[in-house]
Design a protein around this ligand. Structure first.
Ligand code: AMP
Ligand code: MG
Length: 347
C-alpha cells in the first residue's frame, strides 16, 4: 500500500449506517492517498452514482500525484525542486489553492501548522512508503533544517508564480490534503445532483445531506487501545478529522518518533496522542487537527479560536481528555466508566 507523503489519519471507525432503503445506496472503495477511501452515495440512480464516483476517483488519482511532495512527475514535486533553487515556478489552478490555504493555516496557527516542513518530514523518513526501521534518525540534519526556519511566509505568490525565498522549504500537503480532497469530492458529487453522501478517507469522514432516518454516528478511535474513545452524531455537512501520533512513526533506542512535527524544533510531538476536530470545512478540520496536536494541551484553545474551529477533542499521553464546550456536549461515551473530560473554553 502506497503511503508516501499522505498519511492516513485513520482513527475514526464508522459505527453508523444509512437508515432507510438500501436499494438507493451506492458504495465504492479504493486505495488512494495511502489509505482506503470509501464513498457512499444515496438517493440517486445507480448510473448517476457510478458516473459521479468515477469522476471523483479520477480526481483523487490526480491529487495523489500532483499534491504529493515526493511523487516523481507530480506538480508539487516540481514546485519543490524549484524551491531548492529559489527560481520562480508557474503553478496550476490545481495546486495554487492549496498553497494559498497552507499560507492561511500557517498564519492562523501561529506557524504551528506549517506545510513548509516537507524537508524535515523527509529527513525523518516519513515520506517513504514505510518509515525507516532500525536506523538512527539524522538528528543533525533535522536540527539544521529546523534552525533554517522553513515557513509558509517564505513562499511568495504572485498570480500563478510561486517563489521560495528559503531553500529549507519543502511543501508537504500531507496535513490537510485528505480534507481538501474530500471537500472537493463532496462538491463534485453535488454538481451531479447528489445531495446525500458520505466519504470516509482512512476513517476521516466528510458528510453531506440527510442520512435516512438517523444521523451518522462516527466512532473516534481510542488512541491507546482497540475500540472507540467516544462517538459523535454528525449533523449534515460536518466533517470529522483526527490526527494521531501513533499512526505513523519510527523508533530508535526505545523512543518513538511520530510523523507530526513541531516546526519550532523539527522534533515530533510526543505528548499528544490524538486530536479530533469537527468542522464544516474538511480541509480546515484536517489542518486544525494536525496544528492543534502541535499546539498541545496548553495552547490549543487559543489556536483553535484563531483557526476558527470550535469542536475539538484532544487526548494526551496521560490519557486525559480535553474538549471544547461545543465538542464536550457532542461526545457519546461507550458503556462503562465515563472518562474525565477537561473542558476548556476557547480563548
Ligand atoms: P495528519 O495525519 O493530517 O495529522 O497529517 C500529518 C502529516 O502532515 C505528516 O505526515 C506530515 O506529512 C505533515 N506534517 C507534519 N507536521 C506538520 C506540521 N507541523 N504542519 C503541517 N503539516 C505537518
Ligand atoms: Mg491533518
Amino acid at each position: 500500500m502506497k503511503r508516501g507523503g499522505f498519511t492516513a489519519a485513520a482513527f475514526l471507525l464508522l459505527a453508523g449506517c444509512w437508515g432507510g432503503d438500501k436499494a438507493t445506496e451506492y458504495k465504492s472503495s479504493e486505495y488512494v492517498f495511502g489509505t482506503l477511501v470509501d464513498i457512499t452515495v444515496r438517493g440517486v440512480s445507480e448510473k448517476t452514482a457510478r458516473n459521479a464516483v468515477t469522476e471523483v476517483s479520477e480526481g483523487f488519482r490526480r491529487m495523489h500525484t500532483d499534491w504529493h511532495a515526493w511523487k516523481p512527475g507530480g506538480e508539487l514535486m516540481t514546485v519543490n525542486a524549484a524551491c531548492k533553487t529559489g527560481k520562480p515556478v508557474t503553478v496550476s489552478d490545481f495546486v495554487l489553492p492549496l498553497i494559498i490555504d497552507a499560507k492561511d493555516y500557517y498564519a492562523k496557527s501561529d506557524g504551528l501548522f506549517n506545510a513548509a516542513v516537507g524537508e524535515i518530514v523527509g529527513a525523518w523518513g516519513f515520506h517513504a512508503d514505510e518509515p525507516p526501521k532500525g536506523r538512527k534518525p539524522p538528528f543533525d540534519t533535522i536540527r539544521a533544517l529546523a534552525a533554517a526556519h522553513p515557513s509558509m511566509d517564505d513562499v511568495v505568490i504572485n498570480g500563478h508564480t510561486v517563489t521560495c525565498t528559503n531553500p529549507a522549504v519543502g511543501l508537504d500537503f500531507g496535513g490537510f490534503a485528505k480534507g481538501s480532497a474530500v471537500d472537493w469530492a463532496l462538491a463534485t458529487l453535488r454538481t451531479k445532483g447528489i445531495t446525500n453522501a458520505v466519504i470516509s478517507a482512512g476513517g476521516n469522514v466528510g458528510a453531506m445531506g440527510s442520512h435516512g432516518d438517523r444521523p451518522w454516528r462516527i466512532g473516534i478511535r481510542h488512541p491507546k487501545k482497540w475500540g472507540v474513545i467516544a462517538s459523535v452524531d454528525l449533523t449534515p455537512d460536518e466533517n470529522v478529522y483526527t490526527s494521531g501520533n501513533y499512526e505513523r512513526f519510527r523508533e530508535w533506542e526505545g523512543v518513538r518518533y511520530s510523523h507530526i512535527i513541531d516546526p519550532r524544533t523539527g522534533m515530533p510531538v510526543d505528548h499528544i496522542l490524538s486530536t479530533t476536530v469537527i468542522a464544516e470545512d474538511g480541509a480546515l478540520a484536517d489542518a486544525a487537527a494536525t496544528g492543534l496536536t502541535v499546539a498541545g494541551t496548553t495552547d490549543w484553545p487559543r489556536i483553535a479560536k484563531r483557526m476558527g474551529v470550535d469542536r475539538v477533542l484532544m487526548v494526551d499521553d496521560t490519557g486525559t481528555l480535553y474538549a471544547s464546550p461545543a465538542m464536550a456536549k457532542r461526545l457519546i461515551f461507550p458503556d462503562g466508566p465515563k472518562p474525565n473530560v477537561v473542558i476548556r473554553a476557547l480563548d
